[in-house]
Design a protein. Structure first.
Length: 453
């Protein structure tokens, strides 16, 4: 399969919950699942269906949307391998569990689980911003009593990389439509109707880096994505022998972590079947495998390959160190001023300042939009802008669709140019909310000037 490489930049904070639950202690993903990119493309399903390629794109397995991993100084990163262990109290020196020959020299081994590493053993951790929110009471136009909730979001400005694998028999014009659909400013994650969810996706001309150690004497598999294995009957299983028929697994040296979740299908408005997963970062050691078996493994294992599941790296270089080694900590020069802040109050005030600055930047963009388009909207009444503002503060996910429905129908329909121009900027909730506040003020100011004359 050919591989197309894309990079994602967060234009706002992003919320990516690990489950579809809405209550309790909700865990967050530290990667972008391939299903998110599949969903972005699926929004144009009717267009692919019109061309007769919807089955090839979404159901045949000919197109696979990979997970996106965070970049560190432009380098690809990998989830912390579960085979990394350290002697209790000596966390700075790590060992590969599957290559330890004498366990008696250690007092107590502990597993290192969090973070990401580069192939050069640089380590980074993903920071989260926490914000407290309240549901909106449409009737009384205030916060809904007793409906507070919080979001932990990954920070604006982070950059990620993912790939889309495509069969070679796909026609160029169909491939072009796929690329045009995925590229540009998109919405991602939960609470897209709040200040979260804006990302930019661009294609990059580069190849995936090779990290395979071809001189390795053992066969070590690294789960670069979640694995959803199935048995002969198609039932989910954690049995590692189903990675590939005939392989012999060394369970004593393997280190895996499992989880399960029930995905929510937005188009069908329902949850789908529960999935049993072997988590990203798991390390599986094989006693034996043929070249053909390893080639089959590298093509992807298990189910849900189109959503980024099933990607395995064979003998990655960062799992080959037989002696103790250290990780290189994240470059402290990045955001040095912010990292100096230690107290919770200081971090809170810094976050408030960043949020205020973001709103000021959006307000500048709103002023520019008004200056360029004031004549186009001179006949739009303040009450109509008030309705748009009400839609923006309602907390509904489909606010853009509600705005389009309002201005395109009813007694006072907008002109086509007015509709088109407004919808171009309606992906950004904060922008459209501030615009609906500022635009009536422009009309009032003009009226006051006329009355004064």
């Amino acid at each position: 399969m050919r591989e197309l490489i894309y990079e994602v930049e967060f234009l706002s904070d992003i919320v990516l919950p690990a489950t579809s639950n809405t209550e309790g202690n909700i865990q967050n993903l530290d990667f972008i699942a391939g299903s998110n990119f599949l969903g972005m493309v699926a929004r144009e399903y009717p267009e692919f269906q019109k061309r007769g390629i919807s089955f090839d794109i979404f159901h045949s397995g000919k197109v696979r949307f990979g997970d996106a991993h965070i970049l560190h100084d432009g380098k690809e990163t990998y989830k912390m391998p579960l085979s990394y262990f350290f002697d209790k109290g000596k966390e700075e020196e790590l060992y590969n569990h599957h290559l330890i020959e004498d366990f008696k020299v250690f007092d107590q081994l502990k597993q290192k689980r969090n973070g990401y590493i580069t192939k050069d053993n640089e380590v980074i951790y993903i920071d989260y911003n926490y914000a407290q929110k309240s549901a909106y009471d449409k009737t009384n136009r205030k916060s809904l009593d007793g409906s507070m909730f919080g979001y932990s979001a990954m920070r604006k400005g982070l950059k990620w990389r993912f790939s889309i694998k495509i069969d070679y028999d796909m026609k160029p014009k169909d491939l072009q439509l796929l690329e045009e659909t995925i590229v540009g400013q998109k919405r991602l994650g939960k609470s897209k109707s709040a200040q979260y969810g804006s990302v930019s996706i661009q294609k990059v001309e580069r190849q995936r880096e090779s990290i395979e150690d071809k001189k390795a004497q053992t066969i070590i598999l690294y789960a670069n994505s979640r694995l959803a294995l199935v048995d002969e009957e198609g039932n989910p299983t954690y049995d590692l022998s189903y990675i590939c028929k005939g392989v012999e697994v060394d369970y004593a040296k393997s280190q895996i972590k499992t989880s399960s979740f029930t995905p929510y299908n937005g188009a069908m408005q329902t949850k789908t079947y529960e999935r049993a997963c072997i988590n990203k970062g798991s390390v599986i050691v094989l006693k034996s495998a043929t070249k053909k078996q390893l080639a089959d493994i590298q093509k992807g294992v298990g189910a849900y390959l189109a959503e980024g599941f099933g990607e395995i790296l064979v003998n990655p270089s960062f799992l080959m160190a037989r002696d103790g080694f250290s990780l290189i900590k994240e470059d402290k020069r990045i955001n040095e001023e912010i990292k100096k802040i230690k107290s919770p109050l200081g971090k809170f005030l810094r976050q408030r300042e960043d949020t205020k600055q973001d709103k000021l930047n959006i307000l500048d963009e709103v002023d520019t939009f008004i200056l360029d388009n004031k004549p186009l909207y001179k006949k739009i009444k303040p009450s109509q802008w008030g309705k748009i503002r009400s839609i923006c503060t309602s907390g509904e996910e489909g606010f853009k669709e509600e705005i389009e429905k309002y201005i395109s129908s009813g007694v006072k329909q907008w002109e086509e140019k007015q509709i088109k121009k407004l919808l171009e900027v309606s992906d950004n909730l904060e922008f459209i909310k501030l615009l609906s506040i500022q635009m009536p003020k422009q009309k009032d100011t003009k009226k006051e000037q006329e009355d004064g004359n």
